[in-house]
Write a protein that binds this ligand. Structure first.
Ligand code: ADP
Length: 447
């Protein structure tokens, strides 16, 4: 951003210099032809030509396509600043020669140096601005002490009765000049630094605003996608319930068939209720502000005990062995007991659900990384590699689970991930199809 502005100013400086050269040439042509002054304008023409020459050179450099490549490499800003500084230094030298041949320090154009110092204060660094102020002062001192004959203005000056200034005047003049240069440098660099700071603040605020609005737009998009998927997912069990009940009610259906259809309708309706419940859970968890949650320090082993008791019958019914391992000492974590219970239950329940009879589901808790690590592993159907990145997305179900017609909503792992995140933890899944899956949850230790 700053580089682009500097480049624009650099371009402007080159243009302004052409205007100056044109004005100088015009004035010299006028004085040569019109006015009856002594014709000592040759050195001044030479200065004009010198300025035109280096300006043409700088313009050519500036037009090179590579010169404008910004933002890709570091140090481009410094390069442009150095480019501008060299131009300004040459301007100062040209102005000094001009001054030397046109009346010395008595010529008011001596104050033209102020423009450059002020411009350097705005465009360049503090260091370069002071360097230019020092250069201008040194050059004017040189003009003041050099044995000049006032060049082509000498006639005018002598005609006007002006003499070479006395030393006390020269010293006072130079002191005033140096003061003007350094005060200009100080004021402009201070104001520019302040402005730059505010500009940076504005830029970062604008960037923060842009990011926020982008996040809001993404959130809105995710929200509507979520709503659409939720409605779609609910539609299928409800449509199944309607068609089952309609079929059961048609004439000629045997009582057994009718009973079976109603049982299937109840099963599908229960699935829909479960889905609504999970949707509500997820919405509730997402609406919570983790910072404002009432949290308690609790022993994570107790959560595991609760899950073991809840899952035992289900596992036994399916003939899946469950093994729990926990450390002997308390595993303190800070959080919400009910939510942590839901998360662990979901993982262990999935293990049982996606493991065939004779398989095993293990839940092992151990200290790790300054916190607690719970590894829930099973010897079940596994998850295809391609499905792993999408596992924690709402409504996502892996193809192998769907093909086997294992009931599910695809919401459980989203809920688990949300709970783990709210507790400052992390979760990851590893799996090999037909071999089993491992979910690793890490939670920070209670402070
Ligand atoms: P649900 O189990 O209700 O479908 P989840 O969000 O709990 O929803 O799981 C999402 C998907 O991840 C499941 O549909 C299944 O494909 C896969 N999955 C989760 N846990 C396991 C597991 N232990 N073994 C195999 N697949 C699993």
């Amino acid at each position: 951003m700053a580089e682009t502005a500097l480049l624009a100013r650099c371009h402007w400086l080159l243009k302004a210099r052409w205007v100056f050269v044109a004005a100088l040439a015009g004035a010299l042509a006028l004085s040569d032809g019109g006015l009856n002054w002594q014709r000592h304008t040759a050195p001044l023409w030479a200065v004009a030509a010198f300025i035109a020459l280096y300006n043409a050179g700088f313009t050519a450099v500036e037009r090179r396509p590579k010169f404008c490549v910004i933002g890709e490499r570091r140090g481009v800003g410094e390069r442009i600043a150095a480019f501008v500084f060299v131009q300004m230094a040459l301007d100062a030298i040209a102005l000094t020669v001009l001054l030397g041949y046109s009346g010395g320090i008595g010529n008011p154009i001596a104050f033209f140096y102020i423009f450059h110092v002020a411009l350097a204060g705005i465009l360049l660094s503090r260091r370069l601005c002071y360097a230019l102020a020092s250069l201008a002062t040194a050059l004017v001192v040189a003009v003041a002490i050099a044995p000049l004959n006032y060049g082509f203005l000498s006639g005018v000056i002598q005609d006007a009765g002006v003499r070479r200034p006395e030393w006390p005047f020269v010293v006072a003049y130079l002191a005033a000049f140096a003061c003007t240069m350094y005060v200009t440098a100080y004021v402009t660099t201070s104001v520019a630094a302040d402005l730059r700071k505010r500009e940076l603040e504005l830029v970062s605020t604008a960037e923060a605003l842009r990011q926020t609005s982008q996040k809001l737009a993404e959130l809105e998009e995710r929200k509507s996608l979520f709503m659409m998927t939720a409605a779609h997912q609910l539609k299928s069990p409800l449509a199944a319930v309607v068609s089952l009940l309609q079929a059961a009610g048609t004439a000629g259906v045997s009582p057994e068939k009718e009973k079976e259809m109603i049982a299937r309708a109840v099963e599908r309706a229960n699935g829909a209720v479960r889905q609504v419940q999970e949707l509500l859970d997820l919405a509730r968890l997402r609406s919570l502000d983790p910072e404002r949650q009432a949290r308690k320090v609790l022993d994570f082993r107790e959560v595991l005990d609760g899950v073991r008791a809840t899952i035992a019958a289900q596992a036994e019914g399916k003939q899946v062995k469950i093994e729990f391992q926990a450390p002997d000492r308390a595993a303190w974590v800070e959080g919400n007991r009910d939510d942590l219970f839901v998360a662990v239950l979901n993982l262990v329940e999935n293990g049982v659900k996606y493991t065939e009879s004779g398989g095993t589901v293990k839940a092992a808790l151990s200290p790790a990384d300054g916190g607690w690590q719970l590894v829930v592993s099973d010897t079940g159907i596994g998850i295809p590699q391609a499905a792993l990145p999408n596992l924690f997305k709402e409504f996502f179900r892996a193809g192998n689970a769907i093909r086997r017609k294992i009931e599910g909503t695809g919401l459980g792992l989203s809920i688990v991930e949300q709970i783990v995140r709210m507790h400052g933890g992390r979760i990851r899944a590893e799996s090999e199809e037909n071999k089993g899956s491992t979910f690793t949850v890490w939670l920070p230790r209670a402070p």
